[in-house]
Write a protein that binds this ligand. Structure first.
Ligand SMILES: O=C(O)CCC(=O)C(=O)O
Length: 287
């Protein structure tokens, strides 16, 4: 038995089984994993709704992205031991959070997500990146649950075209420019407090919300510390587990209070830098 095989045999798993990790590597996704109780998920949702009562829909504010920099509850969520234990089973023990984004669809909302690979514009050096998509309401077929095309993460980077379509929730409204076998897609339906995991290269998207209830999810992007940004001088991330022997990213400050002046200023500075990477080659600085 080779050293690598021996290491794989000896590996202990924290949440997933060996078969589930093998299936993730083969299929590019895994779901569902319960990470919060329904009451805990409701408490997060209520925090968002309380913000929205004063400021309007969070999806229309800059805090749609990197909310973990301005809300203490979101910063605690990205460090949740159950999420980290699960992600560690796939990516190993040294983990950064590179980004967080809300994906929220209002009742009867035309908003959708076109077929895409996350890796397209992120500029990150390795495709060893996993998104934990945390459902804070139920996410089902009527309200437009996320859909993935199994095994497509094994393809290389596919060509995409930017559409900037009005109801597309992606930065550039980007979509895969080759045929997608949508009939093979799997619906990642989730209950509040459950999460799905998907690989950065898997082709995925979602339909509009045809239901009369909201769909509220938070996507957390986990990267191992050896990954680096290839498209900018520096990029920012938060170390959430293990050691960082590489220091490829500047660390984001942890919020001391919700929406404090310093927290909001740091969020603005860092998301503006991130947008230079995400919108490179276009004349836009935000969607
Ligand atoms: O929430 C959705 O429908 C899509 C989310 C997505 O594209 C992502 O998390 O990468």
């Amino acid at each position: 038995m080779s050293g690598a095989q021996l290491a794989a045999t000896d590996k202990t798993f924290r949440v997933l089984t060996r078969d589930e990790v093998d299936a993730f590597n083969r299929n590019g996704y895994h779901f569902p994993v319960r990470v919060l109780s329904t009451a805990e998920a409701d408490a997060c949702r209520e925090k968002i709704e309380s913000f929205e009562f004063d400021h309007g829909l969070i999806m229309k504010t800059p805090f749609r992205n990197k909310p973990h920099m301005v809300f203490k509850w979101a910063n605690q969520l990205i460090r949740h031991p159950r999420i980290l234990d699960t992600v560690e089973d796939i990516l190993g023990p040294n983990l950064l959070v590179w980004g967080t984004s809300f994906f929220i669809k209002e009742p009867n909302d035309p908003a959708y997500v076109s077929w895409h690979q996350d890796s397209t514009y992120w500029g990150l050096s390795h495709p060893d990146i996993v998104t934990a998509w945390i459902a804070l309401t139920q996410s089902d077929i009527p309200n437009g649950a996320m859909r993935v095309v199994p095994g497509t993460h094994l393809k290389d980077q596919l060509p995409h075209k930017d559409t900037f379509a009005e109801n597309n929730l992606l930065t550039r409204g980007q979509e895969v420019a080759v045929e997608v076998q949508g009939d093979k897609a799997v619906d990642l339906t989730l209950e509040p407090g459950e999460m799905s995991l998907h690989h950065v290269r898997i082709v995925h998207g979602s339909e509009p919300n045809h239901a009369n209830y909201r769909r509220l999810g938070l996507a957390i992007r986990y990267v191992p510390t050896y990954v680096r940004q290839t498209e900018g001088p520096r990029d920012y991330a938060t170390l959430v587990r293990g050691r960082d022997d590489y220091h490829h990213f500047d660390y984001e400050p942890t919020p001391r209070i919700d929406l404090g002046a310093a927290e909001v200023a740091d969020h603005k500075r860092i998301t503006e830098e991130a947008n230079k990477i995400l919108y490179r080659g276009t004349d836009r600085l935000e969607s």
